[in-house]
Design a protein around this ligand. Sequence first.
Ligand code: IPE
Ligand code: IPE
Ligand code: MG
Length: 246
Amino acid sequence: MSLIDQIDSTKLPEHIAIIMDGNGRWAKKRGMLRNLGHKSGAKTVKQVVEACAEINVKYLTLYAFSTENWNRPKIEVELLMKLLISSLKKELETLQKNNIKLTTIGNLELLPKTVYNELTDVIEKTKNNTRLTLSLALSYGSREELIKTIKEISLKVKNNLISPENIDKSVINNHLYTRDLPDVDLLIRTSGEQRISNFLLWQIAYAELYFTEVLWPDFTKENLFEAILNYQNRERRFGKTSEQIN
Ligand code: IPE
Ligand code: IPE
Ligand code: MG
């Protein structure tokens, strides 16, 4: 039986988040420039997005550029931004055809104007799509997101719009970039690194973590299905006992 047929459609992760890592090492292994690794990684994005739509995963969040990635060499940052623009232009049709809505999380104000404009254009054009919400984490850092949240809530407290006793999980959730997304069920990281790198710290509180050695440009639909099957074999207890769950 093929992997896709083994997936239990009643036990799908509602929200998958992916730390797409290993583009640079993929290129280096082939004696190529890092840029070519990023280009190849963009092709994987298309495959994975299509696979999620195919099996009816509702939310997919991709870590594309972190707040820390601004510290990379200027030439690499510029190339990543160019690649983003060309991918957005090229994939708008695929998004529409597959009924996929594009959203973003992160500090978009830091992005070059050209990228920002292209993004807002695609977001606007796909806003009524309903099959899958694809959220791109761009200029995203979880600590920066939490600081922004704390500042906004503090201001509301100061202006008597909310009282400190009423601050709960939902108040925090409603101030995060991810306010319209459910908690992450499955977090995947490629390339063998086993760390979170400032991604969705609050939102992965009860996510299942899946690490694979596969470098992002080599990651296939089959690799995604393997991760989902692995997820489906886990028991999510949320603090309860196994007996309570079953
Ligand atoms: C992930 O691949 C892409 C981004 C962070 C933009 P890397 O560029 O981090 O690849 P490695 O880790 O150097 O192999
Ligand atoms: C995390 O990958 C960010 C993205 C995948 C966009 P990095 O390659 O930047 O992470 P570190 O620096 O190795 O932790
Ligand atoms: Mg990396």
